[in-house]
Design a protein around this ligand. Sequence first.
Ligand SMILES: [Zn+2]
Length: 433
Amino acid sequence: MKKALINVRIYDYDTYIENGFVVFGEAVEAVGPMAEFNHPVDECIDGNGLLVLPGFVLGHTHIYSTFARGLALPFNPHSFQDILDQLWWKIDRQLDNDTTYHSAVVYATDALKNGITTIIDHHASGQDIEGSLDALTRGVVDKVGLRGMFCFESSDRFDIDACIRENQSFIDQNHTGKTAAHFGLHASMSLSDDSLVRIAKARKGAPIHVHVAESELDQENALKRSNARVVKRLDAHGLLGEDALIVHGLHLDEDELDILKDRRVTVALNVGSNMNNAVGLPLYRELKARNIPVIVGNDGLSTSVTNEYLTLMHSMHLKDATPLAFGLDDMHTLIETTYAYASRRLGIKLGKICPGYAADLIALPYDPPTPMNETNALGHLVFGMFAAFKVKHAFVGGECVLRDYAVPWDEKRAYGDAREAADALWNRIRKEG
Ligand SMILES: [Zn+2]
C-alpha cells in the first residue's frame, strides 16, 4: 500500500524542505516540494505543517528496567557493585518470559512516542533465559511494530550454557531487516576466562554487545583475574571485531582506546546513566580524536534518546569547561553514525528521507519561532525540540505504528497487563528479600 504525507516540513540531517511531500511504501519512493506532488497513492495524510524526521535509533538500553520504576527497595550503595547487588541484580534474576514480554510492549510504546523506531537492547532474565529474546521480539517487533537488535547478557551469575544457547538460537533466526542479533556479554567483571573462551567459540561471527569499564571495578576485576585491563582481556579472547558494541568505556587507558580503534568497534555512550550511578563521564574527546564511531543509548534510564543527546552535550561542556567540547557538528556526526551502525546491522538503509531508504518516519508538530532552513534545522531540533519530544504519527517500514498520538491496538489493556506483571515481579523480589 502506497502512502503520502503531504504539506509537511521535511528534515533528514542533510536536506530541509519547507512545504513538501513524502511518498512511501516499505521504503521511501519520492520526496519533494508540494508543487511537484502528483503521485497516485492509496492513502494521503495531510500533515498540515508537521515536521517529518527519520525515526531515531536507541543505541543501548535494558527494556527490563521498565519494571524498576517505582520499586522501593532498601538502597544504600557505597560502590557500583552495591548498585547492582541492591537493585538491578535483584530485579533481573526474578524476570521470566511473561515479565519480559510485558515490559517490552510498554517500553517500546513509550519509546515510539518519543520518536524511537529502532531499539538496541541488552537483556537479562534469571527465571527464563530460553525464549527471552523471542519474548522481546514479540513485544517490540510483533506487537508495537518497531525494529530491534537483541542479545542476552551472558554472565557467570546465570547458567552460562543457557546464556550461550539463547544468544546462538537468536543469531540463527531468520532476520529480515526488522531484527538483528548481537552476542551479549554482561561485562568482563561477571565472566571467567573459561566463559570467555566458550563465548569466543560460540558466537558464530556475531558482534558482541558488552558493558566495558563502566566503573573502575571492571578494571580492578580484570587485572585480578587475567592480569590484563578489560579491553586487552576481551581482545585476547578474540572478542573485539567490527561492529562489536562497547558500552560506556569510561575508564580506559590510551592503549585500550588504540585497540578499540584498530578493531573497528563502535562505542555506545549513556551519559545520563553514568551520572545517575556516579561512575564517571564518557571519554568523548579521546574517542573523537581516534575517529572511533560513537552512538548514544539511555541504558534503560528513560524511554527517550533525544534527551540523552542533550545530556551528553551539556555534560561534555561541563567536563571540558568549554561549549566547544561538543557542538552541533558533533551532534550531527553522532546521529549519522547511529543510523550507519543500525543500517549495517539490520541490512537496510536508515536515516535519510530519500528514495531507497526504509520508510521509518516520525511526524510531530513544530512551528518554528524563528526562520528555519537547511543550515539551521539541527539547531531547531536540539534547542527547540529534543527536551520534550511528542510524536503524532509514526511509520516503520511504511506501516503506521502511531496515528494521532495513539497506537492502533488496545494500549490501555497492555499497560494494565504490565502493571499486573510488575506487581507479581515485585512480590517475587520482596519474598526473596
Ligand atoms: Zn547497560
